[in-house]
Design a protein around this ligand. Structure first.
Ligand SMILES: C[S@@+](CC[C@H](N)C(=O)[O-])C[C@H]1O[C@@H](n2cnc3c(N)ncnc32)[C@H](O)[C@@H]1O
Length: 206
């Protein structure tokens, strides 16, 4: 287990269960590898940041980054601020919110939680408008293949978000959507070699 993440998780004023959840989450999704895709400076917005582990990692790894984490769940976001001065956390619905002009937008496992495919399109358009020219969007999502990993991911989502509906797009569909929205240099790659969940990463530049 990565020492940096352990150090950050120890800073959380949260129950053992939440800390364990954060540890397990990182075992399935290497936040460090996603972090390496994020520029070392500028304003970064993490939409749907959950407990804020990823924004905190971004902040810890580079003080020249300023990170705003936005999350709908009050229950999660109340733990997110662990004391890094270059982070800010906001309890808001990313579908209602006016995103401020920024240098990078990150969405880690959030798009498929939005209430429709149309709302995903609308949000990506809003992100495009608010990104500065040359800035990057980084989307981490769930692929529909390998099938066993996809079913396992769905099962976990149904347990954690009981009663919700999910709107998954595969890698190709996500690339197409980013291109259609106007992003250039759209790229994607599988991100699940050491995971039981079928993650992929898709990036684009304004
Ligand atoms: C699977 S979790 C991922 C959390 C975080 N990005 C991470 O990597 O751990 C999806 C998160 O998106 C949040 N979310 C879903 N819809 C949202 C919305 N409309 N506005 C803000 N957050 C939202 C959920 O509350 C949840 O915390």
């Amino acid at each position: 287990m990565d020492q940096t993440l352990l150090k950050i998780i120890r800073l959380y004023k949260a129950s053992f269960n939440i800390k364990l959840f954060l540890l397990l989450r990182n075992l399935h999704l290497s936040y460090n590898r996603v972090e390496s895709l994020v520029p070392r400076n500028g304003l970064i917005i993490d939409l749907g940041c959950g407990y804020g582990l990823f924004p905190n990692l971004l902040a810890y790894k580079s003080p020249e980054r300023n990170i705003i984490g936005i999350e709908l769940s009050k229950r999660k976001i109340k733990y997110a601020d662990v004391g890094f001065t270059n982070t800010e956390f906001v309890n808001e619905d990313i579908q209602q919110l006016e995103i401020v002009d920024c240098d990078t937008i990150v969405l880690v496992h959030v798009l498929h939680h939005l209430p429709s495919f149309e709302s995903q399109e609308k949000l990506l358009m809003e992100c495009y408008e608010k990104l500065r020219k040359g800035a990057r969007i980084i989307v981490v999502e769930i692929d529909l293949r390998p099938l066993c990993k996809f079913w396992f991911t769905k099962f976990i989502d149904h347990v954690l978000y009981f009663g919700d509906k999910f709107y998954f797009r595969n890698q190709e569909q996500t690339r197409e959507l980013l291109s259609k929205t106007g992003y250039r240099a759209v790229n994607s790659f599988p991100f699940h070699e050491y995971s039981m969940l079928s993650h992929f990463v898709c990036t684009g530049i304004k």
